[in-house]
Design a binder for this molecule. Sequence first.
Ligand SMILES: [Zn+2]
Length: 480
Amino acid sequence: MRKLLLTLVFALGTQILLFAQINDNSFIKYLDQSFSVYDKLQKAIWKHSELGFLETESSTLLQNHLKENGFSIESNLAGMPTAFVATYGSGGPAIGILAEFDALPGLSQDTISSRQHIDHKDGGHACGHNLFGTGSVAGAVAIKKWLSENKHGGTIKVFGTPAEEGGGGKVYMVRDGVFKDVDIVLDWHPSSSNAVNVGAGTAIQMIDYTFHGKASHAAGSPDKGRSALDGVEALNYMVNLSREHIPSSSRIHYVITKGGEAPNVVPEIASVSYYIRSPKREVLNDLVEWVDQASEGAAKGTQTKVTREIISGFYERLFNKKLSELVQKNLEIVGGVHYDERERKFAEEIVKDLGFETSKLDEAKTVKPLAIENPDQGGGSSDVGDVSWNVPTVSFGTASFIPGSAGHSWQNVASGGTTIGTKALINSAKVIALTAIDLYKNSEIVKDAKEEFEGRRGKDFSYESLIGDRAPALDYRVKK
Ligand SMILES: [Zn+2]
C-alpha cells in the first residue's frame, strides 16, 4: 500500500514537474498569451462557414497569419485554388501539419445551447474545421518560434487541405506529390474527448449514378416514356437487399439528388449519390463492383441508361504506434479542457438536453488512455487516410465539443464557435508543438516511425488513389 502510494505521489510529482517545465517554454507561453488572437481567427472562419472548395476567405485568413509570421506560401495547388502549403525552416526532418477549414451544408447554428439557425446562412462548422485549421496554424507558429530561438535545423510545413467533407482535397495533393518531401505528418481533429486516434476508420468511395430515361405525359402517353426515377429506385432496392450479405462493418448510404420535376412528367433524368465504406480497401472494391452491377441491372430492367461519376474516394487510416505513443505522452502533459463558469453552464445545458448526467462533462478535462489493443471502430472516413499511406501520420483529438454530442451536429457548431473550441485548439497547438520539437531533437524516433510505417504498408505497396485521374470536383457544393 505504502509502495503504491509512493509510486502514485512520484508519478503525480513528475507530471506536475513536467507541466511546470513545459509552461516555462517560450513557445508554450506564446500560445497561452495568443489566446485572443486565435480566438478571433477561429471565430472569423466559423462565421464564414464556407463549403468545400469554396473556402476562399477561410484559406486566405490562415495563409495571411502564416505569412505575417514568416512562412513562405505556395497556394492554388493540385488544381484547387484554396489549397496551400506554408513552409518555414530548412533541413531535416520536415514535419507536416494538416489544416482543414471547410464547413458542412444545412447546419447553420448560433452559439447557444438550443437549436437556432442563423438567418440567411446555410453552412455550419459541425465538424469543427474552423478550429482544426486555426489550431494547426497556431502550432506551426509556435514551432517556428522554437526553431528560430534555438537556431535549430528542421522544416515545418502547414498543408492547407480544402474540402475534406466529401471533396477529398488531400487525395489530389497526395496524387500530385505535394507531400513527398515530408518525413512525418501530424494531424488532429476536434472531438468530444482528448485522445490519440488509433482506429482505421473506413475507406470510402463516393459515386453518383445518373439514369437517363424518356420523358412523356405520365397519364396521356405513359407507354412512350421510360422513367429514370424507376432506375434509381430499382438500384436502391437491390442495394437494400444486399445489406444482409455484406460484412457488417461495411456501410452503404445514399440520397436521391434528382428525382424528377412533376408527377405528370415521366422523369427523363434522375440521380442518386452513394457513399460506400469498409474498414478494408479490398472489401470496399468488391462492394463498389456490386453496386455498379446493380446499377447496370437496374438500367436494363427499366429500359433506361446509367452513367456513373466517382466524386471522391479515401483510403482507411494507417496506424503508427511509435508516433501514437509520442503524442499520447504530450497530450497527457498538456491535459484536457477546463471550463470556466459561463462555459460550464452552456455545456451543462447541452449535455442535459442530450439526456446525459452532467458528470459526463468530466470527459472534457481528462485524457483517455492509449487504446492500441482496443481501437475505436468508428465508421467515419477521412482523406487523412491517403496521407497516412504515403507518410507516417499520427492523429489525435481534443475536447472541442461537448461530451455526448454526435458528430456533424448543431451542438458541435455551437460549441466550436465559443471559447471552449478555442481552448481545445490551443491545447492541440501545444501537443503539435511539443511533438514536432521531440522529433527535431531525436531523429531516432523519426527513423523508428518510418521503419514501422514501411513494415505496416508492406514492401509491395504502391499508391493508387481511389479517384482515378479525375480532376477535383470544384463545384460539388455549388447548388445546381
Ligand atoms: Zn472533420
